[in-house]
Design a protein around this ligand. Structure first.
Ligand SMILES: *[C@@H]1O[C@H](CO)[C@@H](O)[C@H](O)[C@H]1NC(C)=O
Ligand SMILES: *[C@@H]1O[C@H](CO)[C@@H](O)[C@H](O)[C@H]1NC(C)=O
Ligand SMILES: *[C@@H]1O[C@H](CO)[C@@H](O)[C@H](O)[C@H]1NC(C)=O
Ligand SMILES: *[C@@H]1O[C@H](CO)[C@@H](O)[C@H](O)[C@H]1NC(C)=O
Ligand SMILES: *[C@@H]1O[C@H](CO)[C@@H](O)[C@H](O)[C@H]1NC(C)=O
Length: 401
C-alpha cells in the first residue's frame, strides 16, 4: 500500500496549478513515458544484437573446430600417403595450391611424419620439385658453416633412400647454401660433393660397423682438388671434421637404417640355402656379396665360385616357402626372362644360369633381414655412385685459375 500511495503521489496533479500549468505537467509526463518506452526498445535491441553476436561467436567457433578437425585429418592422410593428404587439404580449402604454401606447411611440419615429408619432396613431378625448391628456400643458411647447415637441413625431413631423390635434394641444398654464402665455394658442385664427404664422414666416424676411422689428414687429402680443381682452405675442412667428430648428425626417426647402406660397400658373406634352377633341390652354399654381384661357393675355401649373379636390374622380395626365412631375386618387369648369370658345371664348364628367379633361405630371420638390406643397398647404390663420381670428375677437371 505504501507503493500504491507513492504511485498515486507521483501521478497526482497538484490542486494549486493553473490550467496551463496542468497541461504543461501532462505534457512532461507523457514525454517522460515516451522516453521510458524508447529506452526499453533500445534495451531490447541491444539484448537482441548481443545474443546475435553470441550466436555468431559460437558458429565461428564451431567452424574453427571443424576446420581444425579437418586439418588434423589432412595431416593423418599426409602421413599415410603424402600426395593424397595434400590433395585433401587443397580440396577442402585448408591449403592453397601453390608451391610456396605447400612448402610452408611442410616446413612448419606440425604433426607431420618426416619420412612422409621426405617422400613428398623427393617425388619427380613438377609440382613436387617446385615445392622442394620453395622448401629449401625457407631454410636460412647465411653465416652457417656447411655442417651447421646440413644439421638443420637433414633434421627438417628424412632423406629418402633412393639415389635420384637424394641427388635432387642435395642439389637443391647445395644451391641454397651457395646462395646464402656466396664466395665460400667455387661452385654448387663443390658444395654438393663436400656435403656428401661430410655425410660419409659422419658414418665412418660414428657407425660401429665401420672399422676404418679416417683421420683429419685423410679427410683433407680425400677432398683435394674438389673446389673446381683447387683445394679448399685446410682450416675450413678441419673445422667441419671436428664438428662432425664431436657430434654426429641427428636424423629424424632414426630407425638404425641410416645412409650406411647407401654409401658404403655392403659386403657380406655367409652360408645360405639356394634352390636349384632346373632341379628344385636346396643346396647349402657359401655366399659372398661384393662389387654388386652375389657369388656362391661350395666350400668357404674354394677359389672359384660355383656361380655368379650380377645384381644389376634385379629386385629382391621376401617370399613364403616351406623353408624358413626365404627371399627371392627376380627381374621386376619380366617374370619369365632368364636372369643373366653364370655357373660352373660339375665338369668345370662355365655355362649360363637357367634361373628366372633365385630363391634363397637364410638360417635365421635376422640374417635374412641383413642379407636383404645389403642386397637392396648393393642394387640401389650404383646409380648414386655414378652421379657422385661424375660430379667429382667434373670439378676436378676444371683448371686452376
Ligand atoms: C594443383 O595445381 C596443379 C597445377 O599447378 C594441378 O595439376 C593439381 O591438380 C592441383 N591440385 C589440386 C588438388 O587441385
Ligand atoms: C613415419 O613413417 C614411417 C614410414 O611409414 C614409419 O616407419 C615411422 O614409424 C613413422 N614415424 C612416426 C613418428 O610415426
Ligand atoms: C650420422 O651417424 C649417426 C651415428 O651412426 C647416425 O645415427 C645418423 O643417421 C648419421 N647421419 C646421417 C645423415 O647419415
Ligand atoms: C640391365 O638393363 C640394361 C637396360 O635394359 C641392359 O642394357 C643391361 O644389359 C642389363 N644388365 C644385365 C646384367 O642384365
Ligand atoms: C633351361 O631350362 C629349360 C627348361 O626349363 C631348358 O629347356 C633349357 O635347355 C635350359 N637351359 C640350359 C642352358 O640349361
Amino acid at each position: 500500500s505504501l507503493l500504491r500511495d507513492r504511485h498515486e503521489e507521483k501521478n497526482r496533479v497538484p490542486d494549486d496549478l493553473t490550467p496551463e500549468e496542468q497541461q504543461e505537467l501532462e505534457n512532461i509526463r507523457r514525454r517522460k513515458q515516451e522516453l521510458l518506452e524508447d529506452i526499453q526498445r533500445l534495451k531490447d535491441e541491444i539484448a537482441e544484437v548481443t545474443s546475435e553476436i553470441e550466436n555468431l561467436g559460437s558458429t565461428e567457433e564451431r567452424k574453427n573446430m571443424q576446420r581444425n578437425k579437418q586439418v588434423a585429418m589432412g595431416r593423418k592422410k599426409f602421413n599415410m600417403d603424402p600426395k593424397k593428404g595434400i590433395q585433401f587439404l587443397i580440396e577442402n580449402d585448408l591449403l592453397k595450391n601453390t608451391s610456396d604454401d605447400i612448402a610452408q606447411f611442410l616446413y612448419k611440419g606440425e604433426g607431420l611424419n618426416k619420412t612422409a615429408i621426405g617422400d613428398y619432396l623427393g617425388e619427380r613431378d613438377d609440382l613436387n620439385i617446385q615445392v622442394l625448391h620453395a622448401f629449401v628456400e625457407l631454410h636460412e643458411f647465411t653465416d652457417l658453416n656447411l655442417v651447421q647447415a646440413l644439421r638443420q637441413f637433414l633434421w627438417s625431413f628424412r632423406l629418402p633412400g633412393e639415389a635420384q631423390k637424394i641427388d635432387r635434394m642435395m642439389e637443391a641444398f647445395a644451391q641454397r647454401y651457395c646462395q646464402c654464402n656466396s664466395g665460400v665455394f667455387q661452385s654448387t658442385d663443390t658444395c654438393y660433393i663436400l656435403s656428401f664427404a661430410i655425410i660419409m664422414l659422419n658414418t665412418s666416424l660414428h657407425n660401429p660397423n665401420v672399422k676404418d676411422k679416417p683421420t683429419v689428414e685423410r679427410f683433407i687429402s680425400m677432398n683435394r682438388g674438389i673446389n673446381d680443381g683447387g683445394d679448399l682452405p685446410e682450416d675450413l675442412l678441419r673445422n667441419l671434421y671436428e664438428s662432425i667428430k664431436n657430434e654426429p648428425f641427428k636424423i629424424p626417426e632414426d630407425d638404425g637404417n641410416d645412409l650406411t647402406h647407401t654409401f658404403f660397400n655392403p659386403d657380406r658373406e655367409g652360408w645360405l640355402l639356394k634352390l636349384g634352377g632346373r632341379v628344385k633341390t636346396w643346396k647349402r652354399r657359401w655366399f659372398i656379396l661384393t662389387d654388386n654381384c652375389l657369388y656362391y661357393f661350395e666350400y668357404t675355401t674354394d677359389k672359384e665360385p660355383r656361380g655368379i649373379i650380377p645384381l644389376e636390374n634385379l629386385s629382391i622380395k621376401e617370399v613364403e616357402d616351406k623353408k624358413p626365412n626365404c627371399f627371392e631375386l627376380f627381374i621386376p618387369d619380366n617374370k619369365d626372362q632368364v636372369i643373366k648369370a653364370c655357373k660352373t658345371e660339375a665338369d668345370g664348364r662355365v655355362v649360363e644360369g637357367n634361373h628366372t628367379f633365385y630363391r634363397i633361405s637364410a638360417p635365421t630371420a635376422e640374417e635374412k633381414d641383413e642379407w636383404m638390406n645389403s642386397i637392396k643397398a648393393a642394387i640401389s647404390r650404383d646409380p648414386f655412385y655414378e652421379m657422385l663420381a661424375a660430379r667429382k670428375k667434373k670439378v676436378s677437371s676444371m683448371k686452376r685459375h
